[in-house]
Design a protein around this ligand. Structure first.
Ligand code: GLC
Length: 638
């Protein structure tokens, strides 16, 4: 393709530009200059490679099913479709939940009963039996792991989800492939073309330079960022596990082929693509190889490619980074990158507040978030498949007299049940003796004390634990964005210790909270007063309330109020004529929230009680959603 700078001029993959379908041409033209600019800047004017990319894009547009194009059209009409308060998510492992994809399809009624209309299936593509990092070491992007099903079954599941109004999310692991992937195998066999897709070094001199500036992801379970391959006589870059070889995005063939892979998956009917470990994809000597400007360039390109080929699809960035590194992945309002990001700092701050019985850090975090543009959509969660890393605002905590090292130690001791007043049952993850650093694993219920209370048959402690669990869910539902439940949490599922016995998994304590879904316990949610019923029904009720009130929509005004009580958080939301004063007691003791909101009556949406929003007494681990009664409401009742 000769680019003559004339918008009518450039053709793509032998096809004249004008031959594009009209809607596609319009979308392509809208982004053409910026896409070409970014691509050529990254790849030194490799127009041949750019032409290949454009050809790929149009091919997937043409192959895209009518039904998916219809959804694209509808979502273009309502670009805010995923904002608001309508979506409730759940993330689950296909095998742990229902054996395989067909099993998940058969359980869609249950998913709907959970009030869920956004379903994130954890990695299900082909990966080795042994070294697979829970599916995050993909050996074939074109194939579903045979034990989980086939591509046809994926499409069928996606069709059924679409029919029920459930959006389907999947992971796109783009930083690395498994060493069993065809590219890796061919590289190993000496094919230069494939060696160029990874970072290989003949000796340790360059790796040694990298190691001076690049931190380690798994310091204990997979130390170092390189792996020696004796058969090749080379080092290969492996930021995560030694069997996950980092892809070399300096090579445009890698980006092109990975775009080909993701578009192929999207066309099976995927609505949301979770771009796994995205901050890591660009490596440069002398840097920490995280969040480099080129990463943002690539994410922006992926966003434009989706807007051109499949505009109904959303990008969810997995950016588990320090607080100030996260929001930049939204891009700017004019040049957006991800549609959604994990609210990781709030998640970690929430658990810190639980252990400290002190919500001041969370108040600050809410204040920071409420200053961000309303366009930004966060995915809110309490737990996910990964560990909890203590990425907190330490400079601010220092002002409260909490040091980083001592506070982390306290959190880890508390959540592993090592200190006398702890009710939590977690395990450490990647505890690094050198730095004293460690992260944490465990299910919501076990971290909240449900497990300990059950084992000790302590009824009062069990009630307290359930209250805490529900208070945390209420708080998650109060945040703007999309709440995502970690499968099993809806029935208060506890830790699964069986991974200790599994030779493949025992080194990775994240399997503590990746246990098989307990359908036997799920059954018990139908028994009145069972732990399962108490949690399941209440979460369902809160979801329903949240969906009914516009005040929970993403674009509501949000601010916090002082409660003059360190353990009580007050979040206020306002939209239209609705105002909500939400209170959360992060301690087990009864407290008073010394707020003084405007006169009038409020009704607690959770308990149905009417009260004033002044000097509110709130029980230990209590949660209130005080909705101001509008004049209209009061008149109606009079
Ligand atoms: C992401 C995943 C995590 C995985 C890592 C490497 O962070 O969430 O589970 O280990 O990527 O792929």
């Amino acid at each position: 393709m000769q680019d003559n700078g004339n918008k009518e001029g450039p053709g793509v993959a032998g096809e004249p530009f004008a031959a594009y379908a009209e809607e596609y041409r319009d979308r392509f033209l809208k982004h053409y200059d910026e896409l070409k600019w970014l691509y050529c800047e990254l790849y030194e004017n490799r127009m041949d490679a750019f032409e290949t990319l454009c050809g790929t894009m149009y091919r997937y547009y043409r192959e895209r099913k009518k039904d998916l194009k219809r959804i694209d059209g509808e979502r273009l009409e309502r670009p805010d479709w995923y904002k608001g308060n309508r979506l409730v998510g759940m993330m689950l492992y296909v095998d742990a939940f229902a054996g395989n994809l067909e099993g998940v399809r058969k359980k869609l009624d249950y998913i709907e009963e959970c009030g869920v209309n956004y379903l994130h299936l954890m990695p299900f593509l082909d990966s080795p039996e042994k070294d697979n990092d829970g599916g995050y070491a993909v050996s074939d992007f074109r194939k579903v792991k045979p034990s989980l099903g086939t591509m046809e079954q994926l499409s069928r599941l996606a069709d059924d989800c679409r029919g029920r109004g459930i959006s389907l999310c999947m992971d796109f692991v783009m930083n690395h492939t498994s060493m069993e992937h065809e590219w890796a195998r061919r590289a190993r066999n000496g094919e230069k073309e494939y060696q160029d897709r990874y970072y290989f070094y003949d000796d340790y001199s360059i790796p040694a330079e990298f190691e001076k500036t690049v931190p380690q992801v798994f310091p204990t379970t997979a130390p170092g960022n390189f792996t020696w391959l004796p058969d090749m006589g080379k080092f290969v870059m492996t930021s995560f596990y030694p069997y996950q070889w980092d892809l070399n995005y300096w090579n445009p063939a890698v980006l092109n082929d990975m775009i080909d892979n993701v578009l192929n998956l999207i066309n099976q009917g995927i609505d949301v693509v979770r771009i796994d470990a995205v901050p890591y994809i660009w490596k440069q000597l002398g840097t920490n190889c995280r969040n480099l400007p080129q990463v943002h360039g690539i994410v922006r390109m992926i966003r434009m490619i989706c807007e051109i080929v499949c505009p109904g699809v959303l990008l969810l960035g997995e950016v588990v980074m320090a607080p100030d590194k996260v929001a930049p992945y939204f891009g700017t309002v004019e040049k957006p990158e991800c549609h959604m990001l994990y609210n990781v700092t709030t998640m970690a701050s929430t658990w810190s507040s639980v252990a400290a019985r002190d919500a001041r850090l969370l108040k600050r975090q809410m204040d920071i978030l409420s200053r961000l543009p309303r366009e930004y959509v966060f995915l809110n969660y309490l737990r996910c498949h990964d560990d909890i890393g203590w990425g907190l605002d330490y400079p601010w905590l220092a002002g409260l007299g909490m040091g980083e090292v001592s506070h982390k130690k306290y959190l880890n001791d508390f959540f592993t049940g090592c200190i006398p007043d702890s009710f939590a049952r977690g395990e450490l993850y990647n505890s690094d003796p050198a730095s004293g650093d460690a992260r944490l694993c465990g299910t919501t219920a076990s971290l909240c004390g449900v497990e300990k209370a059950r084992v000790e048959q302590d009824k009062a402690a069990l009630s307290r634990a359930i209250k805490l669990d529900l208070m945390l869910h209420a708080y998650m539902f109060t945040q703007s964005g999309i709440p995502v439940i970690y499968s099993g949490d809806e029935i208060g599922q506890e830790n699964d210790y069986s991974y200790h016995e599994d030779p493949v998994r025992r080194e990775d304590s994240r399997y503590l909270h990746r246990g098989k879904f307990r359908w036997d316990l799920e059954e018990r949610r139908k028994e009145k007063d069972s732990v399962q019923a108490r949690i399941f029904d209440e979460i369902g009720r809160m979801e329903e309330i949240r969906g009914r009130h516009p005040v929970f929509e993403s674009d509501a005004d949000v601010w916090t109020a002082d409660t003059w009580e360190d353990s009580v958080l007050c979040v206020i939301r306002a939209k239209g004529d609705e105002k909500l004063v939400a209170l959360f007691n992060f301690s087990e003791w009864d407290k008073t929230a010394w707020i003084n909101e405007d006169d009038g009556e409020y009704v607690d949406l959770i308990s149905g009680r009417t009260m004033e929003a002044k000097g509110v007494d709130i029980p230990g681990y209590g949660a209130y959603w005080l909705l101001k009664k509008s004049q209209m409401q009061e008149e109606q009742e009079a």
